[in-house]
Write a protein that binds this ligand. Structure first.
Ligand code: NAD
Ligand code: 9W4
Length: 468
């Protein structure tokens, strides 16, 4: 059986949710309508390593409709929606993903998604975080210098990868050189993955071209600003069912995620405070009408705290010991260290109680003086831990970038090895593909106006580094 999912009988439920998501993913559906008949990915073997969710299912079926031969795994051991995985496996697309994989399972799934029944590898990769790319590169390196697999490491995950690659080296020597020589390129979804690729390119180790989808305007604005504007209140409400209106909310960090978060809280009619270390972002917060102050200033008045900085130890255990009784603390920024959870748990006299389990984690911490705080999602991303992340329309923007990147790579297989941004024309194309669903009517610029502005009438309409 060329798939491994938790429960294939969930396929029917998965399909019902996929049909709903399709309606909210107009970029992907418009891409199918526009490019589908030409089959620009015909016969191209694509491995995907990206959260196996309902929205990803719509991406997979778009790639298939464009002609691709797809295999898929998740890029996170917890993020698979089992009904989505089942629905895709039921269509005959090999999927290797289930919620709650072990790390051993996870890397085995990545290997299986990278390996077709005849032993060959993919032509193109859709990656999120860079694990599929890493497996090929580390396997390739180990075939030249097997000693790297024996280097001592206290990183459990690296030990797992090394173990699998050692087995491969024995069973199928030269496998990864063969695979790497055929890969045309990878399109990468996230900052972490793009950073990994840039480092490999700088060291001269990158084996194929890479397209950075993360920095398209239509990806980053949706992922950071509009997505969090939707899913922060969603997470807080599912966790606490609390009226946000009238409360005082402190948002730490006023970058893109902080801007979306602060706006969402204001839209709920909360009084919003913002903390910042950067004077420009602080000034932007003032101009948007938020009070800028420190976490210490907020302690006597704030009811809800949200971290959105990408930094560590932003809300400390000491802060939490001084908050108002029943204050709610959550994080929507960096994975798990913006809030000092370990230090909170180690504080003498603090008693932790589980309010809701792993489906929507909420814990109460009671301090020796009698006051308590609620911590959502154990300090991890509240919109993913307590809600279902971004809505489909947001993911449609990311995934339309992914699809156009795959088409672009297929059309330019011989580009020099480097990390490329998706062109501004394609970024604009992603926006265009979403406009009809929103009932927007774009204004057509006249030749005279284009000449006046000194730009090409067919776009791009803004210079490369224009800040939106
Ligand atoms: P950003 O760099 O634009 O914004 C972060 C802001 O925090 C900056 O303006 C910075 O000056 C400020 N900051 C840093 N340290 C601070 C401190 N100690 N106190 C107050 N402010 C501080 O980044 P971003 O795009 O807004 O992303 C922030 C984080 O959110 C990243 O870790 C990113 O990976 C994550 N993210 C989460 C989601 C999600 O769905 N939960 C989505 C996108 C990004
Ligand atoms: N999800 C996730 C879900 C549960 C979970 C250790 C036990 C990210 C982006 C998209 O990361 C994602 N549980 C965890 S970590 C974790 C992560 N733990 C930690 O203790 C519980 C994730 C992209 N996306 C959307 O946002 C909407 N559709 C998408 O495809 C999905 C999931």
């Amino acid at each position: 059986m060329d798939y491994q999912v938790a429960d294939i009988s969930l396929a029917e439920f998965g399909r019902k949710e996929i049909v709903i998501a399709e309606h909210e993913m107009p970029g992907l559906m418009a891409t199918r309508a526009k490019y589908g008949p030409d089959k620009p990915l015909k016969g191209i073997k694509i491995t995907g390593s990206l959260h196996m969710t309902i929205q990803t299912a719509v991406l997979i079926e778009t790639l298939v409709e464009l002609g691709a031969d797809v295999r898929w795994c998740s890029c996170n051991i917890f993020s698979t929606q089992d009904h989505a995985a089942a629905a895709i496996a039921a269509t005959g697309v090999p999927v290797f993903a289930w919620k709650g994989e072990t790390l051993d399972d996870y890397w085995e799934c990545t290997y299986r998604a990278l390996t077709w029944p005849d032993g060959s590898g993919p032509d193109q990769i859709v990656d999120d975080g860079g694990d599929a790319t890493l497996m090929i590169h580390r396997g390739y390196l180990a075939e030249d210098k097997s000693a790297i697999l024996d280097e001592p490491t206290d990183n459990h995950e690296l030990a797992v990868i090394n173990h699998l690659l050692k087995r491969m080296l024995k069973e199928s020597p030269g496998h990864w050189h063969k695979v790497a020589s055929k890969v045309v390129g990878v399109s990468e979804e996230t900052t972490t993955g793009v950073n990994r690729l840039s480092q490999m390119a700088m060291r001269g180790e990158l084996l194929f071209q890479a397209v950075n989808v993360n920095d398209s305007v239509t990806k980053s604005k949706f992922d950071n600003v509009y997505g969090c504007r939707h899913s922060l209140p969603d997470g807080i409400k599912r966790a606490m069912d609390v009226l946000i209106s009238g409360k005082t909310v402190m948002v730490c960090g006023y970058g893109d995620v902080g801007k979306g978060s602060a706006e969402a809280m204001r839209n709920e009619r909360a009084q919003v405070l913002v903390s910042e270390i950067d004077p420009i972002c602080a000034l932007q917060a003032c101009m948007a009408g938020f009070r800028v102050c420190t976490v210490e200033d907020a302690l006597p008045i704030a009811d809800i705290y949200v971290t959105a900085t990408g930094n560590k130890n932003v809300i400390t255990a000491k802060h939490m010991s001084q908050m108002k009784d029943q204050a709610i603390v959550c994080n929507i920024g960096h994975f798990d260290n913006e809030i000092e959870v370990n230090q909170l748990e180690a504080m003498p006299g603090v008693v932790k109680e589980e309010i809701k389990g792993s489906y929507c984690p909420v814990h109460r911490y009671r301090f020796p003086d009698g006051h308590a705080i609620y911590l959502l999602a154990e300090g991890r991303l509240v919109n993913l831990g307590c809600a279902t992340g971004h809505p489909s329309f947001v993911m449609s923007n990311s995934f339309t970038n992914q699809t156009l990147a795959q088409i672009d790579m297929a059309a330019n297989p011989k580009r020099a090895i480097n990390v490329y941004r998706l062109s501004k024309q394609l970024d604009e194309e992603v926006a265009r593909l979403h406009l009809a669903k929103l009932g927007a009517q774009l204004t057509t610029m006249s030749h005279d106006q284009a000449e006046y502005l000194g730009i090409d009438i067919n776009g791009p309409f803004k210079p490369e580094h224009y800040r939106y």
